[in-house]
Structures are given as C-alpha cells and as structure tokens.
Design a protein around this ligand. Structure first.
Ligand code: CA
Length: 229
C-alpha cells in the first residue's frame, strides 16, 4: 500500500482526509505539525506523496516543502491551501510543490489529485528504469548516452559508449570480437578485429581501477570479451 503523509493541524480535516485515503487504498501517515511531518518522513522513507497544509503552528507547510526538497527528495507534494493569497504563493512555487488543492475540497477532488500525481510518479520511475542500466557501480543512461561509476561521470567517446552499452546489456555473456565489431561498428565496417582490442584497452583505462587486471570487462581467451559483473 502506498504511504501518504497527511500534514494538517485541524483534526477534523485530517481525519476526513485520512478516511478518504484509506477508502481509496492508501496508507495515511498523520502529522499535526511540520516538525512531526519531517520526523515521520525520517521514520517512513517510503512515503511517496505528502499532503501539506500551509497554515500551521510552528513551521508552515511551505517551509516543510522547502526542507523536503532541500533533502533531495523527489516525493510528490500537494499543498492544501485555504486562501487565494496562498495559492498565489504556491503558483510562485519556489518551494517545489507539484500541485495544490484549495479548501474546502470534496473527497472526490482530493482523491483525483492524489491518484493523478501517484500515477505520474510511477510513470517517471518506469521511464527511469527503461533509460538506465545499472550494473554494480555503473549507471549507463541511454538517453543522455552517459556513464557514471560510483556517481562520477566518465568521459567516453561514442564508440566507447556503444561498447559499454553492448556489454552492460549482455552481462556475463562471452562475446566474440566478430560479434562486437558488427554490433558496434556495423556489418559494413571492413576494419580489423584489432580495432576491437584497441578500443577495449582504452575503455578499460576509463572504467577499471587497474586496466591490467580488469574486474568488469574481462578477456575470454582466444575468443573475445565479457562483462563480468
Ligand atoms: Ca491549518
């Protein structure tokens, strides 16, 4: 069940929201103050979305939102606002909220906004899974054509990118030089198999801690290479 943070100081509004979320298959996590909300987020890092009331005793909902974003969280945030001035402030949106709902709101309206944002967040995650290949410390982003090792960007030539993509897409599979040559350079390329070795050597210098003792891109003697991770 998806966890949703409900930050609202007025208990009757809070229980109204909580009941509606439960009815729609969500697991509400309640907080009465901004401080409590931030505490709940620490205890429940899997909260996927927060409903944040603006007017609160102590730090207000905007401040909570700002702190959530400052922590690097990409969770969904819907502000619950009471007045039109608050909406102006939200649309100024320096705090990083995704949406807002004006009070008073109907259960149907709230549920529709929550469902829509949850769906959007889910789509983003699927999209990320399609775009990124993760193997050990490496993350290959096939949209930006970039490779990171332990979060550090490695500068690759286009050939090196294609090589590493081929290997990361086929972990553990031994690939012959011929296969590599035709996959990366194309069938019409009339170069020598040595081209593969030369480029693998260059790639290893970039991705391996010790290119003479490769840990990831290993040699299959008499045949070719394999991504061993
Ligand atoms: Ca309030």
């Amino acid at each position: 069940m998806k966890k949703i943070l409900v930050l609202e100081d007025e208990s009757n509004i809070r229980s109204f929201i909580v009941i509606n979320l439960r009815r729609n298959g969500y697991e509400p996590i309640e907080a009465e103050t901004g401080e409590q909300a931030l505490e709940q987020l620490k205890v429940n890092p899997d909260i996927c979305l927060g409903l944040l009331d603006v007017m609160l005793p102590g730090i207000d909902g905007f401040e909570v939102c700002r702190r959530i974003r400052a922590s690097g969280s990409k969770m969904g945030i819907i502000m619950l606002t009471a007045k039109s001035q608050e909406i102006d402030k939200v649309t100024g949106l320096m705090t990083g909220a995704d949406d807002y709902v004006t009070k008073p709101f109907s259960p149907a309206e709230l549920t529709a906004r929550v469902d829509a944002l949850v769906r959007r967040l889910g789509v983003d995650e699927d999209e990320k899974a399609r775009v990124e290949i993760v193997r050990g410390p490496f993350v290959l982003n096939t949209r930006n054509r970039t490779l990171e090792k332990n979060g550090q960007r490695l500068k690759l030539t286009q050939i090196e990118y294609l090589l590493v993509k081929l290997f990361m897409e086929n972990p553990g599979k031994a690939m012959s030089r011929e296969d590599i040559l035709s996959a990366v350079w194309g069938d019409s390329f009339s170069g020598e198999l040595k081209t593969v070795d030369v480029n693998i050597r260059r790639l290893r210098i970039k991705i391996e801690a010790d290119p003479t003792e490769p840990e990831y891109l290993t040699t299959v003697w008499g045949y070719g290479y394999k991504w061993g991770y």
